[in-house]
Design a protein around this ligand. Sequence first.
Ligand code: EPU
Length: 451
Amino acid sequence: MTEDVLVVHGGTPLEGRIRVRGAKNLVSKAMVAALLGDTPSRLYDVPKIRDVEVVRGLLGLHGVKVTDGDEDGELVFDPANVESASTDQINVHAGSSRIPILFCGPLLHRLGHAFIPDLGGCHIGPRPIDFHLQALREFGATVEKRPEGLHLSAPNGLHGTKFALPYPSVGATEQVLLTAVMADGVTELRNAAVEPEIIDLICILQKMGAIIKVHTDRVIEIQGVPKLHGYTHRPIPDRIEAASWAAAALATRGHVEVLGAQQADMMTFLNIFRSVGGEYEVTDTRPPKLGDPGQEGGIRFWHPGGELNAVALETDVHPGFMTDWQQPLVVALTQARGLSIVHETVYEQRLGYTEALNKMGANIQVYRDCLGGTPCRFGRRNFKHSAVIAGPSKLHAADLVIPDLRAGFSHLIAALAAEGTSRVYGVDLINRGYEDFEAKLADLGAHVERP
Ligand code: EPU
């Protein structure tokens, strides 16, 4: 077995072209949605990442036959024989991902009961599931917390409800969608999240026969139907991965074309990228014609030379600046002249990774105050959730330990941007969300090796 460490010889600009596939944060939910159909579903462009493997394993345990389709990245789900799995079998997946919580509604519809193991996911704060459980209870589910996990049942079926989320949580919105589509009656969800991945999940559910209206002001109305069938779907591309490579291009003074990246889903990122001083060009897809093989579109990102500018930004729910874009971009901000301010308003503890950047020569201070923007719910609760980045700083190599997925990618970018040879430990965590990242690094000319 290779040691879980990557040796990174930094200081070389990343240059070249890579491709992103279906968004991790949609694909895993689309896989869960397949449980709701009474005929097979087909999903394209599924990246080979750990989260997909976890969901595939869980679906298999529940009797869903998952097979590879003809096209690379195509998965077919046959839910004809959905069945209960033992808690021991399910618990093998405990702690590996957040997705199991989304099995609640579909399993309650199909089996009348569900067991959910202890959740995993990135350690970026407490990540409670209170909104999920509150929503499920509103639908009529009973939830029993036991040491081994959650036991749910719906002795009287699930019924539509009117419900407002205390905060527009992505996962809780998905929980409501996956439960309401087959609940008896109409559900009205207020203060819902409306991320592009959620809209794409709604598209999938609509293909399956659901009736879902997205109103203005974050209100989603779902009219329950008794039956859904399978879907065929090509998911939206991964806008977090695309932005991560864009930030890597900027931090290493390189030039990276991300095939598959979509402008519409990344507008807020692109505005900040341009304000920092990065350049980009959107290349549209040219469909194949006789004598012309066509060309896949994407976005080219590059550092135009000279100095970068400091910016103030605040992470937020869609259409704001995504929290998952924050960590990779901060590495580039260490190279900008002046004081940049980052106010993290989605997670209370997502700035811990800045310590590693400081160890490499960055000058980042974190604060409990809501800096640079509107007061958020964390200011009153005394969390260090704002950062001031003074730059430019010359980054030097260091030994780094990856704490979570997105912070992990930012450590990697920092090591690539730094002078000298860094050792990045725990890199396998990056495989949770970035397909073939080592092959992509090689394609971009990075000097990295396994010891
Ligand atoms: N929250 C609660 N109670 C709940 C649910 C959420 O207090 O029951 C809070 C969270 O603690 C957090 C905020 O609400 O402070 C937002 O959490 P949300 O539910 O929106 O996040 P999530 O669904 O758990 C997904 C992505 C995350 C991404 C967030 C925000 C997946 C699998 N994960 O998480 O992605 O950061 O939405 O966009 O879709 C990643 O890909 O690395 C990642 C962490």
